[in-house]
Write a protein that binds this ligand. Structure first.
Ligand code: HEM
Length: 123
């Protein structure tokens, strides 16, 4: 698969990820819980599939560049940590509803950090 197609898939995954996270946050901000969320299952599927697509496309780009895991630079590992955080981020508002307001701003900022790392590759 080409670098361009993998990049499009990678970003498409990010867009779907934020749909799932945003919809979950909005449910909790409106006073909802995990149990009474009628979209619980579709949102968790969108969240899981989009994370998988982000990871596979991200790794696919590196493979297309001929970079092995032992050669990953710091920015790649930092993005993998951010990816893992986004994996946990769907349960955070359910577990700590008071965090939902903060997460509305924090999640896009952390997403922006992942974009910064990909564009500038600072380390
Ligand atoms: C949820 C977290 C992530 C977000 C929000 C994100 C976002 C992005 C965006 C927007 C780009 C496009 C930048 C550009 O075209 O200039 C990009 C590129 C890239 N990302 Fe991610 N990414 C994430 C996770 C990952 C992970 C986990 C990996 C590695 C396993 C990864 C590897 C890459 C690579 C290799 C590129 C290509 C950089 C380039 O074209 O120079 N990303 N990412």
């Amino acid at each position: 698969m080409s670098y361009f197609l993998l990049s499009v898939l990678h970003i498409l995954g990010v867009l779907f990820l934020f749909t799932a996270l945003g919809a979950t946050l909005m449910h909790v901000l409106n006073g909802g819980t995990k149990e009474d969320n009628p979209w619980k299952k579709p949102l968790s599927i969108i969240h899981g599939v989009s994370l998988l697509v982000i990871l596979l496309a991200g790794l696919g780009i590196l493979i297309a560049w001929g970079i092995k895991p032992s050669q990953f630079e710091g920015w790649v590992w930092a993005k993998i940590v951010i990816w893992a955080f986004f994996g946990a981020a769907i349960v955070l508002p359910y577990k700590v509803p008071q965090s939902a307001k903060l997460l509305m701003f924090l999640l896009p900022l952390i997403g922006g950090l992942a974009v910064f790392l990909a564009v500038y590759k600072p380390f």
